[in-house]
Write a protein that binds this ligand. Sequence first.
Ligand code: B12
Length: 293
Amino acid sequence: MSRYRIQAVARLSGVTSATLRAWERRYGLPEPERGENGYRLYSEVDLARVQRMVALIEAGHAPSDAARLARTEPVVTAEAPIYDPAEAVRDALLSAVRGMDAEGARLAIHRALTLGPAWRIHEEVFVPVLATIGEAWAAGTLTVGHEHFASEAIGGALRDLLRLMDPPSGARTLLLACVDEEQHSLPLLGVALMGAHAGWRPVLLGARTPPQALAAAATQLKPDAVALSATIHRPGLAWGDYAKAVGRTPWIAGGRAARTDRAALESLGAVVGDYARTLQSFLAGLTPRAVAR
Ligand code: B12
């Protein structure tokens, strides 16, 4: 590991040698070793912590707080490879899928659950893993069996996350469905998570929902908004029947097939969402008063 003399640390951090010695005395940071001749020798980690402390002070922290934070935060130095926890979990989940290793998938998903809010876990782990699996399937290196295996594991985790996200009392209802013949229900679960995160109460009809079933559910539930997902493009899909089914309720359609049919959908009054995140701006634009019943 590199060893810097105090002048070098002063030059690289912009902190004078006197201040470095004072910080060491007062806050125990940095923690240089002593060379044979008694000179202070600083490591990469010491340097990174001093630089971090400077940044924290510039951001308004008192030096004592900055020292405490700089000491407890993980240190990224030029020597330490940057560890990306989401990447590690993606790798673990993909290798479990390749090996059809149920225990490995369960463990990887448990690790994923530590990475932040549900929508971020979905965006940073599940969506990229599913996209890689889709590419591997198209390239012939993974089978439909692997796709099913991954869908079970990830779908289960998404459902668990949704169950844990208790909507606030008085939450508005978001009715979600996949269009007729559409088996790709995982994208819909991701969209439901986004809705729950925005404080809405998602009600899922799931895969293969014909327009009549949507109409019946909309009549019964009187949702405040409807979200539809379509992945496989079907040229004859009766979007007009879905428009009738939702009536005057605001609706959004997403998924790669909805994007293909964007013009038709927009002419029917739908908003077309490119990403699950689009749902949030769509919902944010719906004030309770604007909701038509
Ligand atoms: C898992 C999977 C399956 C599972 C589905 C299980 C389930 N319960 O969902 C199973 C095994 C059943 C399946 C079947 C098939 N699949 Co498939 N599948 C996939 C895979 C690997 C992942 C799908 C997924 O969940 N992606 C993650 C989601 C979250 O991402 P997304 O779909 O891109 O959605 C994003 C946006 O579009 C948006 N979005 C989606 N919906 C909505 C809705 C709203 C309202 C909003 C706002 C946004 C929004 O949000 C998402 C995140 O930003 C994809 C690969 C891929 N790249 O997606 C292939 C893929 C979709 N499948 C494909 C194919 C061809 C099929 C099959 C025809 C053949 C097969 N592989 O078995 C059948 C057809 C089934 C049918 N009739 O519907 C192709 C589709 C190609 C095409 N024509 O466009 C893909 C792309 C694989 C590939 N690389 O070729 N599949």
